[in-house]
Write a protein that binds this ligand. Structure first.
Ligand code: B12
Ligand code: SF4
Length: 423
């Protein structure tokens, strides 16, 4: 028997200071890959399309990644439940807010969907015996069962910015063995690094109709031997990619550049020589740097933040993204702030990292908010964000022209038209 499934990714508030573009979400395309083929799936990313409540599915799969998606997720669940449609919620934010979301949906799924787990939930639903909770938390499916994501569910035309197709997201590993203080990944991933078999990764990469990718692995600094093997396997594909931090090692960086690394998000937390040298080494290898800068930890005051911004300009990072430290559930920093009574509110809509939600140690909340605005303003004063992005973009075009993978926009549009995809 067939089933109609609405897979929904609720809208979230983008950070106002960032350029407004949308990346194709990654959780939902992995969820879709685990839905048995005979079922009909309609996906809505509310960030780019509105929901069509006139189409009544048999079940709604709500996928939430961020805490700030939660309030909207609850509204969507209420709307469908009012129409008698059961709602199953899953994803990172569901795991981080499991008890709270359970009150608003019919079923909460904790964990990863592969290895027949989601198929089991859907079978239960079809037979009218959906359980209130499916708990696979830290009970991971075999990593070999993670197959290629189903990117065909995406409304591709929506993920374009000024005529440029956005990167596609892909992951070669799950988990993270580190436990950084503002991060929930250790809680979610159980600190177990779980690399996918390389032949499966290569199969997936080769099948993506996009030369530009974002490797969303938590960290490519967890296992030297493995990243070297990964980069060697990626090299012949000539893809160009962005990633979270890569191991700071000359052999690894050389291999990353040869495998098509375009730029990395590099955490910049102080003005040390370690950071200066790391950024220089990345640039020496032809890899761009977007600094990820957290504002508000206890060691920072207003002067510290001013020095940090000057330092970013001095070491000449290509871009910078400033975030206010935010007490997300199940992070080491939240445990500390809770104990110290420093959390100001739990209005999840405002947990975007653009607003102060805790009492900083060396500043008032207003001062930190002002220093956040100062950081964005000052860093982008002389070379504004669109210009810096255009420069970074020209780097990938250069790399593509060198290895013959550059497709001029018109040519790409023609190819799509020929393939009948634009009809
Ligand atoms: C990729 C990523 C991003 C990408 C997302 C791009 C996109 N469009 O999807 C980008 C770079 C844009 C991003 C941005 C941010 N991110 Co982010 N991101 C991640 C990261 C590294 C991986 C997520 C991922 O794709 N995983 C791989 C997929 C396959 O796994 P998954 O989503 O868990 O899905 C599986 C299961 O959960 C389940 N599942 C998922 N959905 C559903 C639904 C149902 C019904 C079911 C049954 C199952 C199910 O099945 C899937 C397959 O097994 C996570 C860390 C992590 N380890 O998860 C942080 C993470 C989600 N991000 C985080 C943060 C803080 C941010 C930012 C706020 C940071 C910042 N200041 O810039 C911004 C958002 C800013 C904004 N408001 O605009 C936090 C979340 C904190 C929170 N509680 O909100 C995380 C957890 C990292 C951390 N620091 O702790 N991020
Ligand atoms: S910040 Fe990055 S390296 Fe640190 S625990 Fe989170 S995912 Fe791992």
């Amino acid at each position: 028997m067939s089933m109609r499934i609405a897979l929904v990714y609720p809208k979230w508030n983008k950070i106002p200071e960032q350029t407004e573009f949308h990346l194709p979400p990654h959780g939902p395309v992995c969820v879709a890959a685990a839905i048995p083929e005979q079922y009909e799936v309609r996906f809505t990313d509310e960030n780019v399309d509105s929901l069509d409540y006139d189409w009544t599915p048999d079940v709604v799969l709500l996928s939430m990644m961020l805490t700030c998606q939660l309030p909207r997720g609850k509204e969507i669940a209420a709307e469908y439940r009012r129409r008698g449609v059961p709602v199953v919620s899953g994803g990172i934010a569901t795991m981080l807010h499991a008890e709270e979301i359970a009150e608003h949906v019919d079923s909460v799924f904790l964990g990863e969907v592969e290895d027949g787990r989601l198929a089991g939930v859907l079978a239960d639903c079809r037979q009218g015996r959906l359980q209130a909770q499916y708990n696979y938390f830290h009970d991971f499916p075999p990593i070999e069962s993670v197959g290629p994501a189903r990117r065909d569910i995406l409304n591709r035309s929506r993920y374009v910015y000024r005529g440029v197709k956005m990167v596609d997201l892909v992951h070669a590993s799950r988990g993270c063995r580190f436990n950084c203080f503002p991060c929930a990944t250790a809680y979610l991933g159980g600190r177990q690094f779980r690399p996918r078999p390389l032949d499966r990764v290569v199969e997936e990469l080769a099948g993506i109709d996009n030369n530009r990718l974002f490797m969303v692995d938590n960290s490519l600094a967890q296992d030297k031997e493995w990243v070297l093997e990964l980069f060697a396997a990626m090299k012949p594909l000539k893809k160009k990619w962005i990633s979270h931090p890569i191991l700071d090692d000359d052999e690894v960086l050389t291999a990353a550049a040869e495998a098509g690394c375009w730029y990395v998000y590099q955490a910049v937390f102080d003005t040390s020589e370690v950071i200066r040298n790391r950024v220089r080494r990345l640039k020496d290898h032809g890899i761009g740097v977007e600094a990820a800068v957290l504002l508000g930890p206890d060691n920072q005051d207003a002067d510290y933040i001013k020095r940090l911004v000057d330092f970013l300009l001095e070491i000449d990072v290509d871009m910078a993204e400033f975030s206010i430290l935010t007490p997300f559930p199940h992070t080491p920093v939240t445990a500390k702030f809770e104990q110290e009574g420093r959390i100001l509110h739990r209005d999840w809509r405002r947990y975007t990292t653009a607003e102060v939600c805790f009492q900083p140690k060396q500043m008032t909340p207003d001062e930190l908010q002002e220093m956040y605005a100062y950081a964005w303003r000052t860093f982008y004063r002389e070379v504004p964000q669109p210009l810096r992005m255009a420069r970074l973009f020209s780097e990938v075009v250069k790399k593509e022209m060198q290895d013959g993978t550059y497709i001029p926009h018109r040519q790409a549009a023609e190819r799509r038209w020929q393939a009948g995809l634009d009809r």
